[in-house]
Design a protein around this ligand. Structure first.
Ligand SMILES: [Zn+2]
Length: 156
């Protein structure tokens, strides 16, 4: 039997969900640190990788992590993309979403990157070359959320 191609149908869907999730010991410690203005990472005792955000287990050796430490809040922007459309709770577009390797971390922390001209026609690649040094900018009020870091911005 042959089938005739059909035009895919699109339906508008609206999600407006509010719910509580249990963060567990590891992420609760991380969020409590953010509330205090500290970025906490943990370490794999076997391969010495340092995780931020922290992880319960090392993704490479499957060992339980431990060895908490505070990172400085400064690091290197290793990847980013410019967002042209906003979403609820996010910054006003255009802005960038970037992967920041904080000094001393083995992993990237994804967050918003601001402080650069992202308007159409701006030379974003020149403003944020690979390896741009960035720092965390803290929110004026901290509540124990990843948004306690308001965003990252280039270090002048
Ligand atoms: Zn490991």
């Amino acid at each position: 039997m042959t089938t005739t191609p059909i035009t895919p149908i699109t339906q508008a869907v609206h999600w407006d969900l509010h719910y509580d999730i249990h963060l567990g010991q590891t992420w609760s410690r991380f969020m409590d640190g953010l509330r205090q203005g500290k970025i906490l990472a943990n370490e794999c005792g076997s391969c010495e990788r340092v995780f931020v955000p922290p992880q319960d287990y090392c993704e490479s050796c499957f060992e339980k992590t431990d060895g908490w430490r505070e990172l400085s809040g400064e690091g290197t922007l290793e990847v980013f993309t410019v967002a042209w459309h906003g979403f609820t709770g996010g910054p006003k577009p255009p802005y960038a979403i970037g992967g920041v390797r904080l000094d001393g971390a083995s992993t990237l922390l994804m967050h918003w990157i601001t402080g650069v001209d992202f308007t159409p026609g701006a030379d974003v690649r020149a403003a944020l070359p690979f390896g741009t040094r960035v720092r965390a900018v803290w929110a004026p009020e901290r509540t124990g959320s990843i948004l306690d870091i308001a965003h990252f911005e280039p270090i002048e």
